[in-house]
Design a protein around this ligand. Structure first.
Ligand code: TPP
Ligand code: MG
Length: 616
């Protein structure tokens, strides 16, 4: 007779999750470090009851963190997972209906950014006896459809536990995907409300401590030989470092490889900080938001060595940047490795770089030297942008960069990601956290909370625009509740500076991009909206400081750093010089229009479009 334990499905789930660990390089960590949640009728009596009951008598309870918005709690889990190099994450429990669909955006973000999060939405009664229950969708064509089906395309693993017997396999499948570096992303286990509360006799081994060994696949010898051949044939190589470098813990290997073989290293948003900004081969950001140094080299390179990158349109300047290059892609995911008709090296980044390091080859010394000169001139330009006397956005970043050494900067959307990508000086891994796969407004504060939960020893600086802040600031209350300290720099320019500029450039006349009341003629050109964001932040429980010039900004930041409490530093920026795009971004413009501005924009668009290189 097997030993069994009688528990509800939800109790078994919570007990199981608390006993899952990851291991890589001999270090073990909790896979699911805690559970974020918001309760409703779809999860309070199941998961809620199970979370409340654990503790006394149970080893390793799963900590519970109540959040304010389900989308935000997924962002927090993402921030946690990214700061943990994907070796640990948080679960998110929601009710059925709106609580569950609020998580769709967070799930898409996690999946696109290749980051593990575990979503546990409540679901309709498996028995259907009480249908339609509160918040039920009711599809007349099929009683099997629920709103949780919206989570299918944005999840890398999705299952519905309609019977207790299905739970063990669903859990094992979920853990497998969360811990697989090539497969990982959002994982959803939809949990019917009635099933959560149902009791079952579980085999005790289900609750044994289980360690998931996170793989470091090594390169296949034949693929390695092909890659070595490509390297030997290249005189003007360029590394494009993506997020996979950091997740693999391959930063030291990348720095060594670049130096030894004289290869310039350019970085994507997710890859920024892969090498320190002052590494002799660092050429900074690549792509539409790239530095002049990196983008110039990209146009001339004969070989692009992509390491852990998914080649978003921002990286490739919508396929206009790499004009002469072939591709060698090192990626743990075959899907990403195969992009741009590359020679592929499907492997863990650290293992692959170690293996490639042995190839006896160097870039043309003239190319390496030119890269260093271009990088030095970009650093001089950065000093100029950082050094202004008025509070332009680059000056704000410069003042913050000087204070933030060793801390983590968090950002996601608006005009700041571009300025940060080009100008921010990151000195090491885990210091630059810009979510740019989904570039989701509202990620900043919630994601920053996850970063701080994962790395409490680090100072976390959340940079948030006024638009993003208005979309999702409420997790300040969660930070206060958890006594988790964030320094939030709220950059207020009274609207959407980024989309305003884009709108103007595509002939859309900045419509609806400034925060203004409707004027007497019916246009949105009235008074500035009387929104007091500083007062709003204070009302959520943060300390608030304001800054009016670079000197008071520095003083405010130093005070915020010295304080143990979450502090919002409110900064109104003035328009001023900012680095311009060195490379294109494909945003199609109206082909016909009565507006002269749009017609002119279309002419520029058609011209730029001719540079596009239609890779396979
Ligand atoms: C959820 C979401 N909605 C819309 C967008 C499109 N978008 C990108 S940036 C932006 C404006 C951001 O405004 P703000 O945070 O004030 O930053 P700013 O552009 O002023 O620097 C918008 C609407 C987005 N990225 N995310
Ligand atoms: Mg703004």
């Amino acid at each position: 007779m097997r030993n069994t334990t009688r528990l509800t499905v939800a109790q078994a789930l919570v007990r199981f999750l608390a006993r899952q660990w990851t291991e890589r390089d001999g270090v073990e960590r909790r896979l699911i470090a805690g559970c974020m949640g918001i309760f409703g009728h779809g999860n309070v009596a199941g998961i809620g009851q199970a979370l409340a009951e654990q503790g006394a008598g149970t080893h390793d309870p799963l900590p519970y963190y109540p959040a304010r918005n389900e989308q935000a709690m997924v962002h927090t889990a993402v921030g946690y997972a990214r700061q943990s190099d994907r070796l640990s994450t948080l679960a998110c429990t929601s009710s059925i209906g709106p609580g569950a669909t609020n998580m769709v955006t967070g799930a898409a973000l996690a999946t696109i950014d290749r980051l593990p999060v575990l979503l546990l939405p409540g679901d309709l009664f498996a028995t259907r006896v009480s249908s339609p229950v509160l918040q039920e969708l009711e599809d007349p064509r099929s009683y099997d459809v629920s709103v949780n089906d919206c989570l299918k395309p944005v999840s890398r693993f999705w299952d519905r536990v309609n019977r207790p017997e299905q739970l063990p396999a669903a859990l094992l499948g979920a853990m497998r995907v969360l811990t697989d570096p090539a497969e990982t992303g959002a994982v959803t286990l939809a949990l019917p409300q009635d099933v959560q509360a149902e009791a079952y006799d579980w085999p005790e081994e289900l609750f044994a401590r289980r360690v998931w060994h996170v793989a470091r696949p090594v390169p296949e010898p034949a693929a390695l030989a092909r890659a070595a051949g490509l390297l030997r044939g290249s005189r003007r190589p360029l590394i494009v470092a993506g997020g996979g470098v950091g997740y693999s813990g391959a930063c030291a290997e990348l720095a060594r490889f670049a130096r030894r073989h004289g290869v310039p290293v350019a970085e994507t948003q997710a890859g920024k900080g892969a090498v320190p900004y002052d590494h002799p081969c660092a050429v900074g950001a690549i792509g539409h938001t790239g530095t002049r140094a990196a983008d110039t080299l990209a146009r001339e390179a004969d070989l692009v060595i992509g390491v852990g990158t998914r080649y978003s349109d921002f990286t490739t300047a919508s396929r206009t940047l790499f004009r002469q290059a072939g591709f060698l892609n090192v990626n743990v995911a075959a899907f990403d490795a195969a992009k741009h008709a590359a020679e592929t090296l499907v492997a863990d980044a650290r293992e692959a770089l170690r293996a490639l390091d042995d190839v006896d080859w160097r870039a043309d010394p003239g190319w390496t030297a030119r890269a260093a000169e271009l990088a030095a001139s970009w650093q001089a330009e950065t000093d100029r942008f950082y050094g202004g006397t008025e509070l332009t956005q680059p000056v704000v970043l410069g003042v913050l960069n000087a204070v933030a050494a060793g801390g983590v900067v968090v950002n996601a959307a608006g005009s700041m990601p571009g300025d940060l990508h080009r100008l921010w000086r990151a000195c090491g891994p885990g210091q630059y956290h810009v979510e740019y796969g989904y570039s989701c407004m509202g990620y900043e504060i919630a994601g920053g909370l996850g970063v701080k939960l994962a790395a409490p020893e680090r100072e976390v600086f959340v940079l948030v625009g006024d638009g993003s802040y208005l979309m999702m600031a409420q997790e300040i209350a969660t930070a206060v509740q958890e006594d988790v300290k964030l320094v939030i720099v709220l950059v207020d320019n009274h609207g959407f500076a980024s989309i305003g500029a884009l709108s103007e450039s595509v002939g859309a006349l900045r419509l609806g991009t400034a925060y203004r009341t409707r004027g007497p003629d019916g246009r949105l050109d009235g008074e500035r909206l009387p929104v007091d964001l500083a007062a709003n932040a204070a009302s959520l429980g943060a300390d608030v400081l304001t800054a009016a010039d670079p000197r008071t900004l520095r003083a405010a930041l130093l005070r915020a750093v010295a304080s143990p409490r979450t502090t919002v530093v409110h900064v109104e920026t003035v328009p001023g010089p900012a680095p311009a795009a060195e490379a294109w971004w494909d945003v199609p413009v109206a082909e016909v229009s009565g507006l002269a501005e749009a017609r002119a924009a279309r002419e520029r668009y058609d011209e730029a479009k001719r540079q596009q290189r239609p890779y396979l």
